[in-house]
Design a binder for this molecule. Structure first.
Ligand code: HEM
Length: 136
């Protein structure tokens, strides 16, 4: 009986949500965002280095590339602190400042890609590093 109900549901393309899928849906948005499975565009450090101006500013934070051009003037820490790292890796400065969970959420809006594997600092999944030390 159970089998025929399952077949019917499958035929109708209504598949019951498995336990593991339920768990993923209940996770906080931030974790889902951080573990996103969407393939990111690969951008080399060389390519990032060309975007080092107030009118065109990219930075690398935890192996991911952010176009922060439109964010510079809205950054609570000011544009200059980011410009010090324009076109370069800003991970150390970003981490040293101790950004909040809110700040990390905002980063999603500026994410444009990630470094190719051989240029990355971390072997660990980016999200684990980014979120480590941030209280739930
Ligand atoms: C996409 C990248 C970034 C985002 C979304 C972001 C966002 C924020 C936000 C929301 C704050 C307010 C405090 C908080 O919520 O933590 C902040 C503060 C700050 N940020 Fe960033 N930030 C970014 C990149 C950077 C970088 C690369 C640096 C390093 C140079 C930096 C340095 C600072 C400083 C120094 C403050 C402290 C301001 C203060 O409390 O006076 N940020 N940032």
């Amino acid at each position: 009986m159970t089998t025929s109900i399952s077949s019917l549901l499958q035929a109708l393309r209504i598949t019951p949500i498995s336990k593991s899928e339920k768990k993923v849906q209940q996770q906080p948005t931030l974790k889902v965002l951080a573990d996103q499975k969407v393939a990111l565009r690969q951008i080399s450090l060389e390519a990032v280095s060309h975007h080092d101006d107030y009118s065109d500013c990219w930075v690398v934070i935890y192996d991911r590339v952010y176009d922060v051009t439109n964010f510079l003037q809205h950054h609570p820490g000011g544009a200059d602190v980011i410009m010090d790292h324009a076109g370069r890796d800003a991970t150390l400065a970003f981490h040293g400042t101790g950004h909040s969970r809110d700040a990390i959420e905002q980063m999603r809006d500026y994410l444009i890609g990630e470094l190719p594997e051989h240029e990355r600092i971390f072997r660990t999944n980016n999200s684990q590093v980014l979120l480590s030390g941030i209280p739930e």
